[in-house]
Structures are given as C-alpha cells and as structure tokens.
Design a protein around this ligand. Sequence first.
Ligand SMILES: Nc1nc2c(c(=O)[nH]1)N[C@H]1C(S)=C(S)[C@@H](COP(=O)(O)OP(=O)(O)OC[C@H]3O[C@@H](n4cnc5c(N)ncnc54)[C@H](O)[C@@H]3O)O[C@H]1N2
Ligand code: MOO
Length: 415
Amino acid sequence: MATMISFSEAQRLLQQHAERLVSESVPVASALYRVLAEPVLAQETIPPFANSAMDGFAVRHQDVQSASNTAPIRLRIAGSSAAGEAPAKPTSIEKTAWRIMTGAAVPAGYDAIYPIENVSVDGELISIDSACEAGAHIRKAGEDFAKGETFAKAGRRVTPAMIAALASTGIDTVNVVEQPRVLHFATGSELVESAQTPLQPGQIRNSNSPFLQAALASMQVRAIYGGQVRDEPNEFITALQSAMAMHKPHIVLTTGAVSAGDFDFIPRVIAELGGEIIFHKCTIKPGKPILFARLPSNVFFFGLPGNPVSTAVGLRFFVTPFLRRLQGLPEANLATAVLRGYLHKPKADWRFFLKAHSESDDSGRTIIEVQGGQESHKIKPLIDSNAWLVLDEGRTHFANGDLVHYCSLLDAGME
Ligand SMILES: Nc1nc2c(c(=O)[nH]1)N[C@H]1C(S)=C(S)[C@@H](COP(=O)(O)OP(=O)(O)OC[C@H]3O[C@@H](n4cnc5c(N)ncnc54)[C@H](O)[C@@H]3O)O[C@H]1N2
Ligand code: MOO
C-alpha cells in the first residue's frame, strides 16, 4: 500500500498520468467553453477595408490644415456613403467632403473623418473650424486581425468573446479537445437519494452526487451519474462495470469508502479489478484519504473522501487539475491575498484548505478571511464562501497581514 504523499508529489503524479484527449471539429455555435485543440488563424482581414468610426464627413486632412474659429474652411459635399455599400471611387476630391456613416468604406483619397457634430452643414457645403490629423476616426484595414494571423493558441477556452473573433474572421468550425466524460458514484449504506423519502435513524441524504453533477457540469465536462451504491463491493463492481461499458468514461469518481473504516472498500475494489493505485492518502486537510488509481482499461479513478467538504477539495485540487490537463488547459496558479486574522496550522508539513471569504479593500488589495465552521462535514459555510484559502506547507503560524495563497471557490477551476 502506498504511503501518504505530499500535495506536490500528488500533483506531479496527476500531471504525469493525464494525457490530452483527441480533438474533434465542431461548429462554432456548439463550441462555447470547449478548449481549442489547435491554434486558430484568422481566415480574413478585419476590418476588411478602411471605414469610418463616426457618422460625419470624410475629408483630406491637408485641405483643412489651416481651419480655425476665425478662418473656417468650407468644403463642398461631393457624395455620400452608407455602411454596406461598395467603396466609392470619387474622381475629383480636392477641397471636397464626403458624407459618410459609421462602418461605411472611406472613399479613396480621403484620409480623415469629422464627426457630424463637429461641422456646420449648410446645403451642399460644410464648414470646418479646426484642423485634424491624418487618419482621424478611420478604422484601418487589418488593424484588428490580419489574414493568417494566429489569434488564439491551443489550450484556450472558447469564450463568448472568442466566438465573436471566430465569427468576424469567417470561421464556422473549430477544432476542440474532446469533452471529458466523468462517471461518478456515491458509496454509503447510510445514503438516501430522494428528498421524498423520509430519513430512517442512521441515514443521511446524499449531497455529494448532486454537488458533483453540478460542479462538473459548470466545468463543461460531461458528468454521468452512475447512482449511489451501498457499502457492498460486489454491488459497486457490477454497477461500475455496466456503467463503464455504456458510457465509456475517461474518469470515474466515487465519494466515500476510502478511509480506514470496516466498509472502506474502494482500495480493495481497485485491486480486484486489476487496477493500480497510484496514490492513496495525501498530507492535506480536509481530504486526506483521497485515492488516485488507474483501471486496466486506462480509465483513471479518483476515490474522493465522503465528507462533503473533502469531496469538494478533492474535486477542486485533484480532479480539476487532471481534467485541465486532459483538455490541454494550462495549470491554474493560485493567487495571493492578505490574511485578516491569525491562523494556526497544527501540521507544519501539511497543506490545509479553508473555506474563506475574499474581497478588495479600499486600496484594491485582496483581503481574505476564513469562515467559521471549517469541519469537513459542514456545507453551510461553503455557500457563504467565495474562496479556498490555501495554507502552504512549511509553516504553522500565519499572522494578520501575511500574504497567503487562495483561489476562487465559485469559478470551479474554469479560469
Ligand atoms: N480511523 C480513521 N477514521 C477516519 C479517517 C482516518 O484517517 N482514520 N479519516 C477521516 C477523514 S479525514 C475523512 S475525510 C473521512 C473520509 O472517509 P471515507 O471517504 O471513507 O467516507 P465515508 O466514511 O464513507 O464517509 C465520511 C462521511 O461523509 C458522509 N458522506 C459520505 N458520502 C456522502 C454523500 N454522498 N453525501 C453526503 N455525505 C456523505 C458519511 O456519512 C460520513 O459521515 O473519514 C474519516 N475517518
Ligand atoms: O480530511 Mo477529512 O477530509 O478531514 O474530513
């Protein structure tokens, strides 16, 4: 049996075993929050042509260089252009202005735009009373995207903004990493699934499975709930094998049955299935009994400890980095905040994760404070927290004002 390992060694093993999934081509409309499998190159130049940023008049800047309040310059309106029209090609443009709408192509020869509110219009003439720079209020061709330019690297999530970039550069399908499929089960003879079923003495409701289903869905992975099983290894093996055959998951998660109790059967099940336990137990609190294994079919298995906060920590700090790596996402770094209050960590070489609240102070620094109720069965403090405060190894005392590590508790590792 493996000995208890450090958090950093556990992370190293997770990274070592996670290989990026294959890619697939999907319509951009279905690509939201998927991860790019390849760099994306602009198919077109954007803007495709020089166009006006304002409703107003196009001029040649040299024609109005001497314009002033006392000596305004009058220009004849030679024509007009609306958005969507082919670029006008006026012939004689010297000392003329061209009426133009936002987004319309700037006719050849003109090199600056005056917004309508900055000129006086008098029939076929406009009057200008200040000089301007060449290029004023003109959006140059290609100043956003150049055709062939790589504007997004592999490993980036497709955000709504990315969809705008893809659409504007003429891209309608994109290669993304296959969506991870995660099959999860709850173990525990004490668990009751339905809110309609009254609790019998000794029973509790299953909160881990609804939590995992929701958290995985919010991370844009395909979450498949295999059900809850009693602390009965053969029952679990049967349920696991049939669900794996049906859903072909990349990862299996279980909650509970990984600690030291008489019914903590997960390690035995892994062995019986011919799997390999890569690590079992890590110097973290909560979540110490976490187990990571590989099943013979190369499906990875996380045994998350059953306490709800331990399950949440296992998901956030073990499963999530593994899922990120499967999708080719970069490792997510912890941020730094200023601690409010004093904390004592009884085990210097362990890593602790605390439910916390972070906010900006008046000078813009992030201040973090732990919530009451850190025990790993307490769910209520989780809903009042927005951050995981991480107490690093190597220290026992953390003083008011110290810099500490943290990450968001709300974004589920999506950043
Ligand atoms: N002698 C020892 N006892 C325990 C140790 C230990 O090292 N030695 N570790 C403790 C720690 S730390 C944790 S965490 C728990 C983890 O135990 P298991 O993963 O084996 O989980 P269970 O015993 O099955 O359950 C623990 C706890 O969580 C409740 N639970 C389980 N599943 C759910 C669910 N789906 N929804 C809500 N709550 C759930 C369960 O009823 C238990 O109260 O072990 C400690 N013990
Ligand atoms: O680590 Mo257990 O998760 O302390 O409750």
